[in-house]
Design a binder for this molecule. Structure first.
Ligand SMILES: N[C@@H](CCC(=O)N[C@@H](CSC=O)C(=O)NCC(=O)O)C(=O)O
Length: 282
C-alpha cells in the first residue's frame, strides 16, 4: 500500500479537513491533495465529490477559499481536492508561465517529451488517486460526483463525459469548454499532446459531445457575465450549442456582475453542492 504522509488534519464543522502527500507512480513524484470528511463518515461510507481547480491553483485554493465545508458537512459529502499538476519537476519550461506546466496540468496525459513522464493528471485523477483514497477512507465509490473551475471545469466535464458510469453528477464554474479553439487550450495541448488535433478531441468537452459522448444527468454550469476570460477563453455558447444539437441535458446559468474569482465560486457553491447531493444521496 502506498505510504501517505499527513501534512495537517484539523477539525472542521464536526468533520475533518486534511492535507496529504504521497509518492505518485503515475506522475513520477510526490503529489499533494486535500480531503474534507463530513461528520457522517464516522458512521460509515459517504458519497465523494471531486473538485478540480484551475490555472495557478493548488489543493489549497478551493479548500480555503470556496467555503464549501459547512454545507458539505450538512449534506454528508466528502470532498477531494487534488493538486493541478506535479510540482518541482525540474523540467525546463515547466515553471515561469502560469498558463502552462506546473499549476497547469489540464487534466490530460501528455504524450510529448519532456512532459509525458510527469504530466499525467488524467490518469492520476481518474485512476491513481481514487484507488488510494478508497483504500483508506470511508468513501462510497459507487456514489461519486465531479466539479471544477475554469481549467478544472474543463477537467470535470471531460472526465465525466469519458466516464459517465463512474460519476452520478457533474457541474462546473466558468469552465474552458472548448480548449482546442481558445488560446489557453491551444498553448497547452500543442505542447502536451503535439500538433495532431485528433488527439486533442479526447480532452475537449465540446468535441466529445459532438463526437457522441453523453452524460446521463443534467450538466450544471454557472458562468459570470463580468468574467474577463469569458470572451477569449471560456466561450460557453460553444458547449451550449453542441449540447442542444446532441440532446445532452445542460443547465447553463449566466450570472450578471460576477467575475472569474473565488468570490463568484463562494456565491454559488451551496447550489452546486445541493445539485450533487440530489444525485449522490438519492
Ligand atoms: N494570472 C493570474 C490569474 C490566474 C487565475 O485567474 N487563475 C484562476 C483560474 S483561471 C483558469 O483555470 C484561479 O482560480 N486562480 C486562483 C484564485 O485564487 O483566484 C494570476 O496568476 O493570479
Amino acid at each position: 500500500m502506498t505510504t501517505i504522509e499527513t501534512v495537517s488534519e484539523q477539525r472542521c464543522f464536526e468533520g475533518m479537513q486534511g492535507f496529504y502527500t504521497h509518492a505518485s507512480a503515475v506522475c513520477g513524484g510526490p503529489m499533494r491533495y486535500a480531503v474534507f470528511l463530513p461528520p457522517q463518515a464516522a458512521q460509515g461510507p459517504v458519497p465523494v465529490l471531486w473538485y478540480l481547480a484551475g490555472l495557478t491553483c493548488t489543493a489549497e485554493t478551493f479548500t480555503i477559499k470556496a467555503g464549501a465545508q459547512r454545507v458539505a458537512a450538512e449534506l454528508g459529502l466528502a470532498l477531494v481536492m487534488p493538486d493541478t499538476s506535479p510540482r518541482d519537476t525540474g523540467l525546463a519550461g515547466a515553471t515561469g508561465d502560469w498558463e502552462f506546466g506546473e499549476g497547469a496540468g489540464f487534466y490530460l496525459d501528455a504524450t510529448q517529451e519532456p512532459w509525458t513522464s510527469r504530466f499525467r493528471m488524467y490518469s492520476y485523477v481518474v485512476d491513481e488517486l481514487p484507488r488510494l483514497v478508497a483504500e483508506r477512507l470511508p468513501l462510497d465509490m459507487n456514489r461519486q460526483g465531479l466539479f471544477g473551475h475554469s481549467m478544472g471545469g474543463h477537467g470535470a466535464l471531460t472526465i465525466a463525459l469519458r466516464n459517465p458510469h463512474r460519476f452520478r453528477s457533474v457541474s462546473a464554474f466558468a469552465p474552458i469548454v472548448a480548449p482546442s479553439e481558445v488560446p489557453w487550450g491551444q498553448k497547452a495541448f500543442s505542447r502536451y499532446l503535439g500538433d495532431d488535433r485528433d488527439a486533442w478531441a479526447a480532452y475537449d468537452a465540446t468535441a466529445l459531445v459532438k463526437g457522441g459522448a453523453r452524460f446521463g444527468g443534467t450538466i450544471l454550469i454557472d458562468q459570470g457575465e463580468a468574467d474577463t476570460f469569458l470572451v477569449n477563453q471560456l466561450q460557453p455558447q460553444r458547449f451550449e450549442t453542441a449540447c442542444e444539437d446532441a440532446g445532452q441535458k445542460l443547465e447553463l446559468r449566466m450570472r450578471p456582475g460576477y467575475d472569474h474569482s473565488y468570490y463568484f465560486i463562494q456565491s454559488f457553491i451551496e447550489e452546486h453542492l445541493r445539485h450533487h447531493a440530489a444525485a449522490l444521496t438519492a
